[in-house]
Design a protein around this ligand. Structure first.
Ligand SMILES: [Fe+2]
Length: 252
């Protein structure tokens, strides 16, 4: 879980600034889930905070698709603002849920948070209680290097630290890396996954370097305000440059 995004119900669809074709962002209550679609169908990349399912279904409809077109639900990680509607959308579409097996404890709300991150666990517990959150079973466990046959091909990139099973997804065809909550751009600030939201913050710098080494022209995180993939990539580069100068990313 990371900082709260703007709660707009708007869906700008294919947004500005070199945005990939067949990619819809959804401004969720707390995070930014995505719909990836092409002639082969659609995949849901994260499912937002409980209550965001309606926005995701609307984005699918705007892409001319319905529940039977959903081939998979991919989760970058199991925080409640990313897995919040996975159970509902799985029941609605019949699509299987893909995630790293280490995320099942987060999805189930039983992950043993330690240190400052216990505050995240408390916030998630409150969120589950208030929203009637339902956990979901991971149907297809994914690991680093897996090649998924969606959206012209998506490669799983394990980027641990924010959570231990946290994964990004790289599309070579669209030249974009979906980096989840490894870093975020929010309220005009760029930051790496901070200690309060991280299972193991010491793993974050190596994951940032791993993500950067992929060299994708576009990077799309799990929380951002302006859907401009070129600008997001520039912010990510600035963050990585600071990491290399200081030996650690900012605001960790
Ligand atoms: Fe998160």
């Amino acid at each position: 879980m990371t900082k709260r995004s703007e709660g707009s119900a708007g869906d700008p669809g294919e947004a500005s600034g070199d945005w990939p074709a067949g990619l819809k962002m959804i401004r969720g209550v707390m995070s930014v889930p995505h719909v990836l679609y092409d002639a082969g169908g659609a995949v849901l990349l994260d499912t937002g905070f409980p209550g965001d399912a309606r926005r995701i279904r609307r984005a699918l409809a705007e892409a001319g698709m319905g529940p039977r077109d959903v081939r998979a639900i991919l989760l970058t990680h199991g925080h409640i603002d990313h897995a919040g509607n996975a159970a509902e959308l799985k029941a609605w579409s019949g699509a299987p849920v893909y995630a790293h097996p280490l995320e099942q404890a987060h999805i189930d709300g039983v992950y043993p948070y330690r240190g400052l991150a216990r505050l995240t666990g408390l916030a998630e517990a409150a969120g589950r209680a208030v929203t009637g959150y339902a956990p979901v079973k991971i149907d297809v466990p994914i690991v680093d290097g897996d090649e998924l046959p969606f959206w012209g091909g998506l490669r799983v990139v394990h980027l641990p630290g924010h959570t231990l099973g946290h994964c990004g997804f790289h599309s070579a065809k669209h030249d974009v890396l979906f980096s989840g909550d490894l870093w975020v751009r929010f309220m005009m600030r760029t930051q790496a996954s901070p200690r309060i939201f991280s299972d193991d913050v010491s793993m974050v710098p190596a994951s940032l370097r791993k993500a950067r080494a992929i060299g994708a022209r576009r990077i799309v995180p799990g929380h951002y305000d302006v859907p401009n993939a070129t600008r997001l990539r520039r912010r990510f580069e600035e963050l990585c440059e600071e990491l290399e100068r200081a030996g650690r990313p900012r605001v960790v």
